[in-house]
Design a protein around this ligand. Structure first.
Ligand SMILES: O=C(O)CCC(=O)C(=O)O
Ligand SMILES: [Fe+2]
Length: 291
């Protein structure tokens, strides 16, 4: 096997292989999972909106953010670049991502959807320029519901959050690749960088230089599927140009949405029943109007 747990197109349905590697390492890379026509459409959307990069602020869905229809501009902390949050509202190509056949079956199995339902905690398109990075975060030592990772050896999985990153550009050395510490979703102790500061997240330096981190290089259209419990982040982008990716975070229906976006009527109407259940897993109930 190559260095990374890479799943070739012909092995996409091989549950035994994927389950083994995901449980052991905490991530797998699905090669050529998204069609070139789809990455091209998502890149076109990014081309048309990249000028928002200059004004992205860490507003976390509150005042001062700029909206493009139902898509909100955002950054986690600045250096990580711009996040176009709620990107699922940006058109059919982003809707296709909700239950994409290359990964949705694996997601349902790992989350155990028959018992736990399924929801999208966050959907975003990220653009990161030269100098950008994301700091080290997460790890098996944290008791946070969305970082749970359980495979009690009976066939019953219970994973609290699975991140699906689609590369919209080739991501190689110097491009600011996502980095992980293989197997750290099972770590009992915090990474020294996190313990030092006694925090879940450290954003003041790029994760790529932390002990044990490895860069995950991807080609455009490859998909990285990883548990949010794995200690991860990204290397600093040293090359000119941009790293672009789309990130969909799946969780049990109980965890639901991170930024509380209400799905638009247009989106709800255009989704299949299966997709609607993921996007809107717990519709509100109200008493009938009293006249
Ligand atoms: O930007 C990256 O490469 C990592 C993103 C990240 O931290 C996440 O997907 O949870
Ligand atoms: Fe993360």
């Amino acid at each position: 096997m190559s260095e990374d747990p890479i799943i070739r197109p012909e092995d996409r349905e091989d549950e035994r292989l994927i389950d083994y590697l995901f449980e052991l390492y905490g991530y797998v890379i699905l090669q050529q999972a998204v069609a070139p026509a789809d990455t091209a459409q998502m890149n076109q959307w990014a081309d048309a909106h990249q000028h928002f990069m200059e004004t992205a602020r860490p507003t976390r869905g509150h005042e001062d953010s700029q909206w493009i229809g139902h898509v909100e501009t955002h950054t986690y902390s600045g250096p990580d670049g711009i996040n176009f949050q709620n990107i699922v509202e940006a058109g059919p190509v982003f809707e296709r991502h909700i239950d994409h056949p290359c990964w949705i079956g694996h997601i349902r199995r790992f989350i155990d959807t028959p018992r736990n339902g399924l929801s999208l905690h966050e959907t975003l398109l990220n653009i990161r320029g030269q100098g950008g990075y994301i700091g080290i975060h997460s790890g098996g030592h944290l008791s946070i519901p969305y970082m749970s990772f359980r495979q009690p050896n009976t066939g019953a999985w219970m994973v609290g959050q699975i991140n699906v990153i689609t590369a919209l550009t080739d991501i190689g050395p110097g491009d600011g690749a996502t980095t992980v510490i293989r197997g750290s979703h099972k770590a009992a102790l915090p990474h020294p960088k996190l313990a030092e500061a006694d925090v879940v997240y450290r954003s003041d330096e790029a994760a790529g230089i932390a002990v044990g981190m490895q860069e995950l290089h991807m080609s455009k259209g490859d998909v990285l599927l990883f548990t949010d419990a794995i200690t991860h982040g990204s290397a600093q982008r040293t090359n000119p140009g941009q790293r672009r990716m789309v990130l969909y975070r799946y969780s049990p229906r109980w965890i639901r949405t991170r930024f509380n976006y209400e799905p638009s009527a247009r989106l709800l109407a255009s989704l299949s029943d299966t997709q609607r259940t993921i996007i809107h897993p717990i519709p509100a109930r109200r008493p009938p109007e009293i006249v």
